[in-house]
Design a protein around this ligand. Sequence first.
Ligand code: MOS
Length: 745
Amino acid sequence: MARLVRSQVEMEGRYEERWTLVEDDSTPEYADGEPLAVVGHPHPRVSAAARLSGAARFISDIGLQGMTHAAVLRSPHANARVSALDLAAAAALPGVRSVIGPGDLPDRDGRPVLTDAPQYAGAAVAAVAADTPEAAERALAALAPVWEPLAFVVDLDEGLARQEFTEDPSETSRGDVDAALTGAAAIVDAEYRTPAQVQNPLETHCAVAVWEAGALTVWSSTQGIFAARDELARAYDLEPDDVRVVCEYMGGGFGGKQGAGPEGFVAAELARRSGRPVRLVYSRAEETIASGHRAPTVQTYRIGAAADGKLLGIEASAVVGVGLHGWVFPVLNPAETLYACENVHSMVLPVKLNLGFSNAFRAPGVMEGTFGFEQAIDELANLLGIDPLEIRLRNGADHEQSSGNPYTSKHLETCQRRAAELAGWAQRDGLRSQGRVRRGLGMASQIWWGGGGPPAHATVRLGKSARPTLVCGFQDIGTGTMTASAVIVAESLGVPVDTVRVQAGDTARSGYGPTSGGSMTLASVAPAVRSAAHDVRTQLLELASDLYEIAASDLVLADGAVSSRDGTLRHELTEITSKLGNSSLVGHGSRGPNPDGMRIHTFGCQVAQIAVDTLTGSVTVERVWAVHDVGRIINPMGAISQVTGGVLQAIGFALTEERVVDPTTGTVVNAGLEDYKVPTMADTPDIVCEFVDSPDPHLGLGIKGLGEPPIIPTAAAIAIAFAHATGVRIREAPLTPRRVLEALA
Ligand code: MOS
């Protein structure tokens, strides 16, 4: 029965109460001890063949009849005023179909997309669409803007000194830190720095837009097709169903592709004016300077503990180089919630700079906060002479520390003990030597959200071929949600995974699915998929029961057949479904609400082994042991792939990735993959990955998310391993050869 319930919904630590339509009172759960034929077994991606053969159409592959190509005029100055923009001259050039400038676009998030007062190098000023990319470039040149450069601030310390913030500094407090620290046996007081990091998905931000009969269709490389649809519908005052957003395949996003994006707005408006389809694909340089960043931070921690290692008080502050605007990431969440501590004071200062904007990036805030906080805990353990594993175990939290609410489930201690066991933690000092190459181990833990929530809807159809079709409103950002969903359908209907067709990534085809963000996609979608598939299963068993005159409860579905439990009867599913003719069995499912008064979190622990070449200053990550608690694992192959990607991306953060800005011009000098070093296959260590794989009793199918957890502890573990290997602490990421040699000198 359908009903509307108030439910708490969370996205990357931001909580919201909202009404949600709930059609199912509960997800049909897997019975305790029920052997599962498909779920929990490894499966390659359902899209593997399409991806490997090149048949998969990514957004940048979309080509339409009469399509034109867009280009954007961007400010070369960190702060400027633009005058004398010659839109008419650009429009008069051959092949140019539309030209727009400041004021020609609806605002996005209350900000102009095109501006004549650009406040960072890369800010969009005007845009053109032409028959060829070359004609578009000529049109940009014809705009002949006159720039009046203005003073700017790009240095974080200078920005802080000026006390100019993107929003008011915020503070949280519990207990009395100063009083608590008077009794401390040891206090760590240290500062840690993290760099600006760029998401760099392989497919840059891109969109193709076309208007037909007053309705807009946008193919968008987006993490949220429904968010993009709603943004564009609002901007153009259209009914949501008059906007269709499609994202069948996308080349990653890592948090930086929320909603329609400026690229969607620019493409839509250029297309509206010319009546022709418009394709806008950012260059790699635009990806770096105009798509947002993980904001740089300066974190300070003053942490005191008793002689037995029990935390007494934590004083934490984070200066965040937000840029011109953007979300202020929860950098101090690890300090506030990872361990039990009654006295915590934290302060976040979001500094305004003439440098792009902050944009979500896989575990935004929390991975950089973990880099600082977990190192501080390691330093505290060293001061007290306590094993770093032991200090973590002694400070385990049995409830969520900032709300006081119970966790739905928590197996962090299992992760910590298992990671230590796998890594040979107890023998770690045996790795150390005095030669040119020094080895060490470092450990760090992880807390993140990732419970997902409503709404999410799914439909499963089964027709005469007995090959089910799942229609769902999510988009697969690359995490394997389509495959995990197919696994769930296959389990319910007893058919092979590769017979399940998954239709996703199109707002016109189905009901709502969530944004691929906050590690919440599968945890939101899977219960809906399971319900829809179970609905079809029930109908199928009813038909079989009727045809074969046997109680439905005596039947099982497996291997594409229906059989009696006693084994006397067996019929291929097609024997039943072939009688359906042009009818099909249709099942619907939706995600139920989250439990009241509880907090849903994911946990994990990683140990990194590194080798430091003391002559060259290079750091090699040799092995990472990763153990995570994310509830039930649906597809271990996909889950391991998530961990591999997260660890590798964190290695970039720890060792090589850093957006570099020229202080004299305020421009980014490494806006490309030649100079901004993301890790490659060659940098991939041996990654040993395990999951607790214990279903959360309070969540549908017991599933939590896994997109972000694996990136969170790795960089901290690497920096801690550096200190173990060398006896020298580097409190700033990335640990480049220069920083290593300076620290060792
Ligand atoms: Mo968020 S970084 O989009 O998962």
